[in-house]
Design a protein around this ligand. Sequence first.
Ligand SMILES: [Zn+2]
Length: 363
Amino acid sequence: MLYAHYDVQPAGEDSSWTSPPFEPTERAGRLYGRGAADDKSGIIMHAGALLALGADCPVGVKVLIEGQEENGQGGIEEFVKANAELLKADVIVVSDVGNYSLGVPTLTTSLRGMAALDVEVETLEGAVHSGMFGGPAPDALIALTRMIATLHDANGTVAVKGLDVVAYEGADYDETAFRKDTGVLPGVDLVGAGSIADRLYGRPSINVIGTDAPVVDSAANALIPKARARVSVRLAPGQDPAEAQSVLAKHLEAAAPWHVKVKVTPGGVGQGFLAKTDGPAYVAATGAMAAAFQKDVVHYGEGGSIPLVAAFLEAQPTAEMILWGGEEPQCKIHAPNESVDLAEVERCVLAEALFIAGMAGKK
Ligand SMILES: [Zn+2]
């Protein structure tokens, strides 16, 4: 079964694009336009492979193309769970990822899971004058900040007990390239321990992605009675997100100072993924990619999660999963001036055609 999605992220301001986002425009071998890479390139990969094979396609193929991926509401996951029989397959190919760098054939072997929660701290019945009451009266934002500060050690390594770390065996991520891709400011340290790839693909990370606290420009001289933060954890592949959510909640509750009132509300979760790399499809995919690109295949992790991959595995635990595609860092997916390299897409089409042809008689 071949999967891709046709919906796209909003394009943002037209003025931030060199050519209009919804007029596909070719420049220097790249096709520019919103969705050119994410994920129309996945659709072209499947369509191109099937056209190339034509009547000679030696195995049964199902195609699943959806249009609700980017809004993250999970319609397709529900569909996959409810239609396991209709979607039954020996191999599921998810072409919504891509290559380590342009021209380097890559199979994605792991995805981190995720778990989020909201933590709210309350200390006072309402805001009171900070001059008249500040000192003995506890400020909710200070209490919440102290709790958040316990999530990492001084180096920025996650300090919550019960969050897994797994050994990552794929390719590394060069520090200079990482700093450039991320836009870390000169002189600012990277945080955590281990190689960059270990930190991204084998270890958890915790970030605060939102806070409810008074806005600075309209701040009053008052103690803050209530403060809230959304804490988001990226999990090592394989860890159960619900378990992670619960260890994080316990950690925050235990870290609360001064007997302040703490309320934790669970948020979204997503299961990670660790590929089975010794099955016939994985071996065939590796060979097909090497032949199409004329280069050794890189096995690589991804820091994000794809909830659909978890849904596929839950509905069809014996299916082999192949994650590949025509995206690479220059594609700037989700950003202005998204593009795809046309020769890369061609190589991907060839790889997929060779892969499907090579699966004949493998069952
Ligand atoms: Zn996508």
